[in-house]
Design a protein around this ligand. Sequence first.
Ligand SMILES: [Zn+2]
Length: 152
Amino acid sequence: MANRRGRPSVEDKRNNQYRVLMNDVEDRMLAYCSRLTGLPKSQIFRKGVEAYYQQVLLNEYGKSYGQDYDGHISLKRVVECPHCGAQNGIDCEDYIIDEISYERQMGPEIEHCFDCEDYECVSCGETFHIHGSIHEYPVGAYDSEEIKVEGE
Ligand SMILES: [Zn+2]
């Protein structure tokens, strides 16, 4: 924890090695982040772990003081128009139809379900259907998502 930037110090050697299997979608996400930030893929992994760790820690900290951590994850996404391929920004929060809660080890897992029947493309003006759900677990941390985009 002492030397957070730059190379790890002699006492903080990176001796732990993991072999991580990824599907094509995850691999594309990793390559995209690496290309845009200019950071090596290993750095992206470490940053991901650190961000997740901070969320888990915050969640646990809130619980020990008898209060829920109330910062929820962002539901903002970029989706591709099925008509013209243009990228559209959408805040799925505005189209919530249900919030389902499941009790798990670290408290609730929240499934944010949304449905937008006629989102208008910023580029071509055609409308399309965006629906699906984003899972938050533990509270404050992203877990997984399934988002469908369909043209009429
Ligand atoms: Zn379009």
